[in-house]
Each structure stands twice: as structure tokens, then as C-alpha cells.
Design a protein around this ligand. Structure first.
Ligand SMILES: C[S@@+](CC[C@H](N)C(=O)[O-])C[C@H]1O[C@@H](n2cnc3c(N)ncnc32)[C@H](O)[C@@H]1O
Length: 200
């Protein structure tokens, strides 16, 4: 999806994926030590970044959409916390080396070719012991009309993460079907891939 698509989607007062954090992230956050430095990729309107910041983590939210990240800052402020935001295409974003205690990717769907290069950046960017937290729509989701990209190339099979992160400790990995209720665009029974891996 283009930058224009996302800026249009976020253009309005309403938070299109809601203001509450993602369910899987609410579980996964228990893996994080206090005051973790967290990079959230494809953060959009900030519901997950604000949740993490409220819990005392130092959060950087990156997204290509300036409109989305402006709302993210507003949401964090309204919840009495602060986040760093970076407007950038993930293709160009510098993840650094040994910098993050966690990288969070919640429904951040990109074409396979970019995803592969992001995996390399995430591996390098995580500290040893740092974790990669992912919830993404799985290829099976194409048959449903309940959210997510319409191109199979942008969907994330569990096997891909298990292969690409075979050098990580697998904390949690499952392909599952669950009921999602996140704002207007993620609604209903959905096929998702959930993954938590720790850099060794
Ligand atoms: C479905 S939304 C999810 C937003 C947020 N993670 C959430 O769960 O509420 C996907 C987000 O990924 C961002 N995104 C997709 N491809 C991107 C790229 N190449 N660079 C930066 N952001 C990207 C979009 O701008 C959009 O905000």
C-alpha cells in the first residue's frame, strides 16, 4: 500500500485500529524487562507505542505516515506518556546495531523482498537477549474479509519466521485463528501468525 493510501486512511479524528493495544502485544509485553528500549515498526496511529510507553518503556515508533504518527503523539499525550516518532520508509530506516531490547511488528505488512531485508536489520539492531515480537496476518487470511492485505506476498507464514530466525531462541511461535476487534478495519475471525524470538 502506498504512502498516500495510509495518509488517507489516517486522515480523520477516529483511530482506525482503535486506541487499545493489540491483544498479542498485551501478552508479549510480559517478556520485557523494565525500561526496555523498544522499536515499533509500522506503528501507525500509536495505540501499541502508547501502551508500551505507559508501562515505562522507551519507545520509538517508526512509520511512513506522518499523519499516523501525528495522531500517535496525540494519543501518547492524552494517555500521559511520551514516545519518539520517526517518519520514514522502513526501506531506508537505520535500525542500528545492538540498540534495541525489543522490536515490535504488529500488522506491519510489506512485500516479501522488503521483509527479508527488515529481518536482517532487526537481527542486527537487537541487543543480545533482545526480542522480536510479531503478529501478522497469515496467508490463510486471504480467504476472509476481516482485515489485512489482499496480496499474498504481503502476508506472513509462520514457517518464514521459523526459518529466518532459526538462530534465535523461539519463545513463542504459532499460526492460529482468533477473533480480532481493532477499530474499523480489523474485525472478525482472522488467521494470524504470532511469534516471539530472542536473539542469542
Ligand atoms: C495495518 S497498519 C498497522 C498499524 C499499527 N501497527 C497497528 O497495529 O495499529 C500498517 C502500518 O504499516 C506501515 N507501513 C507499511 N509499510 C511501510 C514501510 N515500507 N515503511 C514504513 N511504514 C510502513 C503503514 O504506514 C501502516 O501505518
Amino acid at each position: 500500500m502506498s504512502l498516500e493510501f495510509w495518509n488517507n486512511r489516517y486522515d480523520g479524528e477516529q483511530y482506525v485500529y482503535g486506541e487499545k493495544p493489540n491483544d498479542f502485544l498485551m501478552e508479549a509485553v510480559k517478556q520485557l524487562p523494565p525500561s526496555s528500549s523498544v522499536l515499533s515498526i509500522g506503528e501507525g496511529e500509536g495505540r501499541n507505542a502508547a501502551f508500551l510507553a505507559k508501562r515505562g518503556h522507551k519507545v520509538t515508533a517508526v512509520d511512513q505516515s506522518e499523519v499516523g504518527l501525528r495522531k500517535a503523539q496525540k494519543l501518547a499525550l492524552s494517555q500521559g506518556c511520551s514516545i519518539e516518532t520517526a517518519v520514514a520508509d522502513l526501506e531506508d530506516y537505520q535500525f542500528g546495531e545492538h540498540q534495541w531490547d525489543a522490536v515490535v511488528s504488529i500488522f506491519c505488512h510489506t512485500p516479501n523482498i522488503l521483509r527479508m531485508s527488515l529481518y536482517r536489520s532487526i537481527k542486527a539492531g537487537l541487543k543480545v537477549g533482545g526480542i522480536f515480537i510479531v503478529e501478522a496476518y497469515a496467508p490463510e487470511q486471504l480467504a476472509r474479509g476481516t482485515g489485512g492485505p489482499k496480496e499474498i506476498d504481503n502476508l506472513v507464514p509462520l514457517e518464514e519466521l521459523l526459518t529466518e530466525f532459526s538462530d534465535f531462541e523461539i519463545v513463542r511461535a504459532q499460526a492460529t485463528t482468533r477473533l480480532i476487534a481493532e477499530g474499523h478495519f480489523h474485525q472478525g475471525l482472522s488467521d494470524v501468525t504470532q511469534f516471539i524470538g530472542r536473539r542469542k
